[in-house]
Design a protein around this ligand. Structure first.
Ligand code: HPA
Length: 273
């Protein structure tokens, strides 16, 4: 058996030992979402990611590393802080080990949250957008032969990767949530204004540096995915924007109230099995 499968097995076993039964919904919290999510769960049980074998810890401020399990919107929900990113230097297998272990444990569905730049002036900071698709501009795939649990290439279709029925159920409850296409770039530098112009012309609505690997890994094991972006800034060069990590965190904090409501609605709308 490959080392990666051994690590996933150990992590899935530790999750089971720590929390018991798997959650209906696991939520990967992105930049700025963690603070808002912390107080949302009833009867919460917490564990530090560092105490779980093989759960990689983040190296960037604003990504707190804790798993919290409890009830949210009447659903057994696990909030996962401490997302890691390709730009921190991690290989794709590390980025998605948590998702693979969550799936193996029996998690019902996966909600991925992120902060994103907007490519449209009519989607200003504070907007919440449910992804309807993505365009990947070079974030490494977790399905490459040397990144899969069994060390074999996996060919997987990504049609309707972001579950349309889940998205529409959320948008029924929260009509202010738009649907959009996310362009993923590896970062960590923000884009050039020329890149922003190109991405907008190609049909993307948002730009960010995360989410895609986890979504692909979940699809490969049949776990339904919804992804939600909070717009924290206009893309570089739009209305003179010069994005910064500080701005991303400040804007996310300023709009956290609505984000928490939408997060709760998204959990309540998750597929039931
Ligand atoms: N570009 C890429 N990633 C981001 C941005 C951005 O403008 N804002 C938040 N994450």
């Amino acid at each position: 058996m490959s080392t990666e499968q051994t690590k996933i097995d150990a992590l899935a076993a530790a999750l089971h030992e720590t929390f018991g039964e798997a959650p209906e919904v696991a939520v990967v919290l992105g930049s700025g979402w963690k603070e808002r999510a912390a107080g949302l769960l009833d009867e919460a049980q917490r564990v530090d990611c560092a105490d779980l074998p093989g759960w990689p810890s983040p190296r960037v401020a604003g990504h707190g590393a804790e798993l919290t399990l409890g009830q949210l919107a009447g659903r057994r929900t696990l909030l996962c802080g401490g997302r890691i990113h390709s730009y921190e230097g991690y290989p794709a297998a590390d980025l998605v080990r948590g998702v693979r272990a969550l799936a193996q444990w029996g998690t019902g569905s996966l909600l991925l949250l992120n902060a994103a730049g907007s490519l449209r002036e009519d989607l200003p900071p504070g907007s919440l957008v449910a992804l309807r698709d993505h365009i990947n501009f070079g974030i490494p795939s977790p399905l490459r032969g040397d990144q899969t649990p069994e060390g074999k290439v996996e060919f997987v279709d990504l049609v309707d990767l972001y579950e349309p029925t889940w998205r529409e159920a959320l948008r029924q409850q929260c009509p202010d949530v738009e649907a959009g296409v996310y362009a993923g770039l590896p970062g960590p530098n923000y884009e050039t204004p020329a890149e922003i112009t190109m991405l907008a012309r190609l049909g993307a609505d948002l730009v960010g540096m995360s989410t895609i690997p986890e979504a692909i890994a979940a699809r490969a094991v049949g776990v339904p995915v919804l992804a939600l972006s909070m717009v924290t800034n206009l893309g570089a060069g739009l209305s003179g924007s010069r994005p910064s990590h500080g701005e991303v965190l400040d804007t996310a904090a300023a709009h956290g109230g609505r984000a928490a409501e939408v997060l709760s609605a998204a959990v309540s709308a998750a597929p039931r099995r």
